[in-house]
Design a protein around this ligand. Structure first.
Ligand code: G6P
Length: 361
């Protein structure tokens, strides 16, 4: 039943657990493993695109950040821009800029307003959205539906995973058709791991120790989340989810930025969640800097990552292509937020002061 909570106490928990299914729907028919390519049915000619603007709010902005990082690796100049800042920070986009609106609801006023500006100046526009025939879907040149099914919980969970998966496919479509882009080195591994991602999410959901860690780290002053590259967007999304539903102070930083300010806030009452979903060791160094100041470190990493030797606790993820490992790290952080919020007796599905879709600028 798509509309009820089923066996779950909250829609959010149901939606977290629905991710294997929603991700399968996102990917279905869009990956051809034999030829190592994507099939997105995009009509727009994107061969001349030089710059990509990925624009969204909240969780959708974090999916945009994730995708910008991936597109940059393919050689395209891509920027994630907060929709509410688009007027002020996008400059005068050149004609060969592709505008991608990222929005679950397709109705967010800030995102719609940025899209209208992009349409006015004649950019190619795509909408990565969940809601069929939403305003953004209708006003963009082409909608790319993430097919995640209805999301009721105000805090977005399954739609972030599906947006990131869809944008990963879009990045590889662009890399194939675009004269300035190249595909990621290990495209076959990426596409094959993406196909396996739903099962891997299932595994993480079944084996996660997030409940225990939520109880252990319940009564702290603040919660910090750090990561680099793709992991930075996951850290920011982890912190957003945490603050939205627990009402605790949480911030997500680029690992390397910790020492440029946030470290002043670090004490033994500020757990630091370190997303290490690739083999980079720099986050380990940054986490140690916080640990020296007393902060407990919780690694979100594969079991054999060097950060595990340093960390006080561990949320484990399987070793896959970094795109997938980072999305699995995000699932662990969704569970952590959910269980902390339930321990605190929060209103999980309808956090105070927040709305699922914000239709004013
Ligand atoms: C609101 C919701 C967030 C969501 C954001 C963007 O602030 O509370 O969960 O991420 O809007 O929504 P959209 O529908 O554009 O993805």
């Amino acid at each position: 039943d798509e509309t009820g909570k089923g066996q779950y106490d909250h829609f959010m928990l149901k939606e977290i657990h629905t991710q294997p299914t929603s991700l399968r729907k996102t990917i279905e028919g869009r990956v051809d493993l034999d030829s190592g390519s994507t099939d997105l049915d995009i009509e727009s000619d994107l061969s001349e695109v030089e710059t990509v603007h990925l624009v969204g709010c909240g969780t959708s902005y974090h999916a945009a950040l994730f995708a910008a990082c991936l597109l940059n690796r393919c050689g395209l100049s891509a920027r994630a821009i907060r929709a509410s800042e688009y007027d002020l920070t996008a400059g005068t986009p050149s004609n060969n800029t592709l505008f991608v609106a990222v929005t679950q609801s397709g109705e967010t006023a800030d995102t719609l307003s940025a899209l209208r500006r992009a349409n006015d100046v004649g950019l190619d526009t795509l909408a990565v959205t969940n809601v069929v025939q939403s305003t953004v879907a209708r006003e963009a040149d082409e909608p790319l539906y993430i097919r995640a099914g209805p999301e009721i919980g105000v805090a977005a969970t399954k739609t972030f995973s599906s947006q990131a998966a869809m944008l990963t496919l879009l990045s590889q479509h662009l890399a194939r058709v675009n004269q300035y882009a190249s595909r990621v080195n290990n495209i076959e591994a990426l596409l094959s791991d993406l196909t396996d991602l739903p099962d891997a999410v299932e595994g993480v959901l079944q084996s996660s120790n997030a409940t225990r860690l939520a109880e252990k780290y319940l009564d702290e002053n603040a919660y910090f989340f750090i990561g680099r590259g793709l992991g930075c967007s996951v850290a920011k999304e982890g912190a957003l989810k945490f603050k939205e539903i627990t009402y605790e102070h949480a911030e997500g930083f680029a690992s390397g930025e910790l020492k440029h300010g946030p470290l002043a806030l670090v004490t033994d009452r500020t757990p630091v969640f370190a997303v290490c979903a690739d083999d980079s060791s720099k986050t380990v160094t940054n986490a140690k800097e916080a640990q020296t100041r007393g902060a407990p470190i919780i690694a979100v990493s594969t079991s054999d990552h060097s950060i595990v030797d340093t960390a006080d606790d561990h949320l484990s993820i399987p070793d896959m292509h970094p795109v997938c490992s980072n999305l699995l790290a995000n699932v662990q952080l969704q569970l952590l937020s959910y269980y902390c919020a339930t321990e605190l007796g929060r209103a999980i599905d309808k956090p105070r002061n927040l709305a699922k879709s914000v239709t004013v600028e």
